[in-house]
Design a protein around this ligand. Sequence first.
Ligand SMILES: NC(=O)CC[C@H](N)C(=O)O
Length: 229
Amino acid sequence: MTVAVVRFGGSNCDRDALAALDHLGVDADIVWHEDGLPSDTDGVVVPGGFSYGDYLRAGAMAARSPVMEEVRAAADDGVPVLGVCNGAQIGSESGLTPGAFTTNRSARFQCEHVHLRVENADTPFTRAFDEGEVLSLPIAHGEGRFEITDDALADLESEDRVLFRYCDAAGAVTEAANPNGSKGNVAGVLGERDHVAVLMPHPERATLPDIAAPNGAGTDGAGVLAAFQ
Ligand SMILES: NC(=O)CC[C@H](N)C(=O)O
């Protein structure tokens, strides 16, 4: 598999994603968005960062790059697509995934470790886990609060498209365990099909043992990125 890690001006987690994928033995390359997806692309990661300086809304400008039409076409062909943090914001701004990510309840940039509960273990991004399993991943965002209408959230829930929720260490989904005020504690969602997903926490920062162990994150991110193996 050749995974395209799509870089925009202001991406800053592209090399981390590449290193994490390399560690997992996944053939991957960074692709400048203006160059378009290589013809042999069979996986796409839209990495984190501050594309276009988060102007207008985080992810709004990158979502309008022509490469996102190619990403959509690849997804339609069954290629797995994962958006991480700014990539999640780009995913929702481009309509690949539902809802929106907006300013944290704290109105501050937050960089911390959180717990996530796996809500649907029947996807390429979660098949390494059991449903209800609690993961530890880092977050680092100012605009990570998931918003969606009540009706649309109910639809997502009934379609099993909520992938991860913020929870406490025991797996309880509580307001206290919700770092940014996300509706329904939602931390990650699926697009129309289960091979398209976005999440605000950073699996690529919790994959390499040399980095993950000292910073306390562990290596749960490897299970998410295993979708590309
Ligand atoms: N780490 C990131 O991708 C940052 C996400 C985004 N630009 C924010 O602060 O909300």
